[in-house]
Design a protein around this ligand. Structure first.
Ligand SMILES: CC(C)[C@H](C(=O)O)[C@@H](O)C(=O)O
Ligand code: SF4
Length: 477
């Protein structure tokens, strides 16, 4: 990512250049890292304790408490949140975050607070995430915030400490890849299907070393929620970050939120944000193209997010896979998943349906699910958990009557948190159980030891809950 005055720049290069505090010396691959200024640091209970300990040991204060915000998400239960946390490890994590935030002066949204929720849902809903910013968090799905035209990256715990101490980060320049999505998504096909199809196409390592920029007609037509779903999963393609240039849809979403600029500041901000697009003569290091109009609902059958196929297809036969290591991975995945090659995906029965996570736990996702569940029932023997990404999302859903629809259909309507996206809290699959899940990772044991995960869109999750086998709304009577 070396920007040269002689040619235009990509969106990622512009944001990067705007934040260089000290440029690294050298050229090309041997160039030293740049020191980059960080505009927003998001914090949660899992990756912050050692970083706070480090500050304490060094006797340093937090450099910019005003640019730091914390929330409780991974370890929190989603029922009985007024009672003490039962699991001792989770309780320690959350108590430690509370103590650290009090000591270092960090604003924290705790359980029961309207702005508590998954860190990647909370930042945007408060209007903290804005175009052109650098956003970091000790969490891989920080890429979500790239939907606003921010350069948003997951970082490790030692980097968390560095940002806390200095509000900067030493970063190596990266390469840029355009993911150009032409055409338009068909009704019933969502941005989740699109990103699952992109990852199946480029592979879980396909984005390695790159910042992806999603562009093209189909992307421009997407809501902010849908754009966040796409950027969220960039990391599942191995990318450093994912970005979408801001436009009217972005401004409309931010306007009026608690931390959005106001009055004359708003006009100035929009004028600056409108410059944040890739120049016509900019050159990407790589490009993939995909035609949105050819896509249908997409589900995973394996144990990484790239092992997916259209819902209308069958569980693949590893013998048909040419690449040797991919074939071995598919065999292993089918064994773990307890699936027979050749089984139509629509015949795969689930015990559990999970709607939630930073991928698909926003209000638009819940509206889609309610649209399918209204007047219908969750199939006998299927447990459905619907978990809002934040308490604000929950309150909004309640106001719109969605909570009643969920409960009437027989689903469990929970409080906010990461929940069954990963096994760090009580919401887990038992060994051998199978879920359709709107989350982003289907690794072995991700939702509980021995649990089997199929990644799906909210629409597919809802239809699957009703039929009991992987399904789309079009399959319902
Ligand atoms: C716990 C956290 C560090 C982790 C991440 O970095 O993504 C989690 O959020 C996840 O989704 O696996
Ligand atoms: S919802 Fe899942 S992916 Fe998102 S931050 Fe929580 S655990 Fe990670």
């Amino acid at each position: 990512m070396e920007s040269m005055a002689s040619r235009g720049r990509t969106l990622a290069e512009k944001v990067w250049d705007d934040h260089v505090v000290v440029q690294g010396e050298g050229e090309g691959a041997s160039r030293n890292p740049d020191l980059i200024y960080i505009d927003l640091h998001l914090v949660h209970e899992v990756t912050s304790p050692q970083a706070f300990d480090g500050l304490r040991l060094a006797g340093r204060p937090l450099r910019r408490p005003d640019l730091t915000i914390a929330t409780e998400d991974h370890n929190v239960p989603t029922v009985d949140i007024d009672k003490p946390i039962a699991d001792p490890v989770s309780k320690t994590q959350v108590d430690t975050l509370r103590r650290n935030c009090a000591e270092f002066g960090v604003r924290l949204h705790s359980m029961g607070d309207l702005d508590q929720g998954i860190v990647h849902v909370v930042g945007p809903q408060l209007g903290l995430t804005q175009p052109g910013m650098t956003v970091v968090c000790g969490d891989s799905h920080t890429s979500t915030h790239g939907a606003f035209g921010a350069l948003a990256m997951g970082i490790g715990t030692s980097e968390v400490e560095h940002v806390m101490a200095t509000q900067t980060l030493s970063l190596r320049p990266f390469r840029t890849m355009a993911v150009t999505v032409d055409g338009e998504l068909q009704p019933g096909v969502t941005s989740k299907d699109l990103i699952l199809a992109v990852i199946a196409k480029i592979g879980t390592g396909g984005g390695q070393g790159y910042v992806l920029e999603y562009r093209g007609e189909a992307i421009r037509k997407l809501s902010m929620e849908s754009r966040m779903t796409i950027c969220n999963m960039s990391i599942e393609a191995g990318a450093r970050a994912g970005m979408i240039a801001p436009d009217e849809t972005t401004y409309e979403f931010i306007k009026g939120r608690p931390h959005a600029p106001q009055g004359a500041d708003w006009d100035a901000a929009v004028a600056a944000w409108s410059q944040l697009k890739t120049d016509d003569d900019a050159v990407f290091d790589n490009e993939v193209r995909i035609d949105a109009s050819t896509l249908t609902p997409f589900v995973t059958w394996g144990t990484n997010p790239g092992q997916g196929a259209p819902l209308g297809e069958k569980v693949p036969n590893p013998a048909d896979i040419v690449d040797e290591s991919e074939r071995a991975a598919a065999e292993k995945a089918l064994t773990y998943m307890g699936l027979e090659a050749g089984t139509p995906l629509r015949e795969v029965a689930v015990d559990t349906v999970f709607v939630g996570s930073c991928t698909n736990g926003r209000i638009e996702d819940l509206r889609e699910v309610a649209g399918v569940l209204e007047g219908r029932k969750v199939a006998a023997g299927v447990r459905m958990l619907i978990v809002p990404g934040s308490m604000r999302v929950r309150v909004e859903a309640e106001k719109e009557g969605l909570g009643e629809i969920f409960t009437a259909a027989g689903a469990e309507w929970r409080q906010a948190g990461c929940s069954m996206c990963l096994g760090m809290n009580p919401d887990q699959l038992a060994s051998g159980e199978r879920s359709a899940s709107t989350s982003n990772r289907n690794f072995e044991g991700r939702q509980g030891k021995g649990g089997r995960t199929h990644l799906v869109s909210p629409l597919v999750a809802a239809a699957t809950a009703v039929r009991g086998t992987l399904s789309a709304p079009a399959d319902l009577d």
